[in-house]
Ligand binder design. Structure first.
Ligand SMILES: Cc1cc2nc3c(=O)[nH]c(=O)nc-3n(C[C@H](O)[C@H](O)[C@H](O)COP(=O)(O)O)c2cc1C
Length: 428
């Protein structure tokens, strides 16, 4: 479903909370979003802005699968299919995101939120950056943007990601377009680290038809149906980015990051600006879920993998539960090795049998309590995530553990007993 259609869908199914009261982009909207995390909220009256703000639109697995019009259990299959068989986007000549072409650039007119008092500035958190390389084509990637002037941001551009690679290849300066207010298909595709040379907008197109339009001033193609497009250039100049809260709900360190100069803004009529709570459920889901098919594929190469869940409590990035159908005792160890190889930021991995509900932490802990032996765990040191506050700040070295919580030996002694099934309603 397109962004606006999905807002309407949420309104009709009474999931959407509509706030008509005037609200401030300074801390207030973020606080309301946090208090209703897991639910879409539309703020129709933002003080000093003609834009509405929506947040929490894709903040649960149910919302994401509804927006993609698929069943909850189909996610890994559908995502894997789209990653493998990405399709070319239709290029259109005129698009909703260019209904209004602003004559000048004034970022103060956008409802860019301040989330926490200690934040380095106001932040765009839902922006998807589109860049291009003469040989590798386009790339789509999230970059949080801290506003540092009427026409300037600084962006967190992680080393090794598509944007960083293109920027280095271009000699330190690069054209960029930032798309805000996108469909679930585009939001998920933007979080996928596809092979270099794969345009993630084509993955979005396989999830749901995603036409693109050429920017007004740059040779870049953006989702035609998005709400707002910021066109500009990443400069060689760097400034302090942060402090800002990341996935772990802790403050990320301040780093020197490139400046982005915005030179053109286009948007839809009555634009809706999308906000994404840093460290909130949507941030977590968007980070973790696209990594599940990657782990699933890697584990499937070494044993029979049934499912993978990146868990919310593990910041939706650092912990995975891998469910396997064990044929040999070595399968769990092979699954652990494959999972760590596939997801380099993974810190703790638990492997469970097919009878464990991998979306239920109590069931996972039960498997740990009754099936795991700590001295069977694989414990090792390796480079981990830059998001892990306990890792070495300079080298990112961290300790990792892979725990085999599968049954060993006689299965009968590990199986949870099942009582006779009755209908409690019959007993009054
Ligand atoms: C909500 C959200 C916010 C993100 N913020 C950033 C960010 O600020 N900087 C960054 O480099 N990556 C960020 N990421 C991660 C990248 O979008 C993700 O790793 C991407 O798939 C990289 O793909 P690429 O290697 O093809 O560029 C974020 C991801 C999500 C889901």
């Amino acid at each position: 479903m397109k962004f606006r259609n999905f807002i309407e869908h949420c309104r009709k199914s009474a999931i959407l909370r509509t706030v008509k009261k005037e609200v401030s982009q300074d801390l207030e909207i973020a606080a309301v979003l946090k208090s209703l995390d897991g639910r879409p909220v539309l703020f129709e009256n933002v003080a000093g802005s003609k834009y509405a703000v929506v947040g929490g639109l894709y903040s649960s697995r149910d919302l994401v699968t509804e927006a993609l019009e698929i069943g909850k259990s189909e996610m890994i299959r559908v995502l894997s299919g789209a990653i493998e068989n990405h399709t070319k986007n239709e290029v259109v000549d005129s698009a909703p995101c260019q209904e209004i072409i602003e004559s000048g650039v004034d970022l103060d007119k956008l409802p860019i939120l301040r989330y926490f008092p200690r934040d380095g500035g106001r932040y765009v958190t839902s922006g998807l950056a589109i860049t291009s390389d003469p040989e590798m084509g386009q790339n789509l990637c999230y970059h949080r943007l801290m506003q540092i002037g009427k026409n300037r941001f600084t962006a967190r551009i992680c080393e090794g990601r598509g944007t960083d690679t293109f920027l280095k290849r271009a000699g330190g300066e690069l054209d960029i377009a930032i798309s805000v207010g996108n469909s679930a298909a585009v939001m998920i595709a933007g979080a996928i680290s596809a092979k270099k040379g794969v345009n993630e907008l084509e993955i979005a197109n396989s999830l749901e038809q995603t036409p693109v339009v050429k920017c007004k001033t740059k040779d870049l193609y953006v989702p035609a149906d998005c709400e707002v497009v910021l066109e500009g250039r990443i400069l060689a100049e760097t400034v302090d980015e942060g402090p800002f809260v990341d996935l772990t709900e802790t403050y990320d360190i301040i780093r020197k990051q490139p400046v982005i100069e915005i030179t053109k803004i286009t948007h839809r009529k009555n634009p809706v600006f999308e906000a994404l709570l840093p460290g909130g459920l949507e941030h977590k889901l968007m980070m973790g879920m696209p990594m599940e098919p990657t782990i699933y594929h890697a584990v499937s190469k070494v044993c029979r993998c049934k499912n993978v869940a990146i868990t919310e409590g593990g910041c939706s990035w650092l912990h995975a539960v891998v469910q396997i159908e064990k044929k040999n005792d070595g399968d769990a160890r092979s699954a652990i090795d494959a999972a760590f190889e596939a997801h380099k930021s993974l810190k703790h991995c638990v492997v469970v049998d097919g009878d464990i509900d991998i979306y239920d932490m109590k069931d996972i802990e039960w498997a740990l309590a009754t099936r795991a032996q700590a001295d069977r765990a694989k414990i090792f040191k390796a480079k981990g995530s830059s998001l892990d506050p306990s890792a070495d700040e300079q080298t990112r070295m961290t300790s990792k553990a892979g725990i085999d919580a599968t049954m060993h030996g006689d299965r009968k002694k590990f199986e949870k007993v099942a009582y006779k099934k009755v209908n409690p309603g019959d007993y009054v």
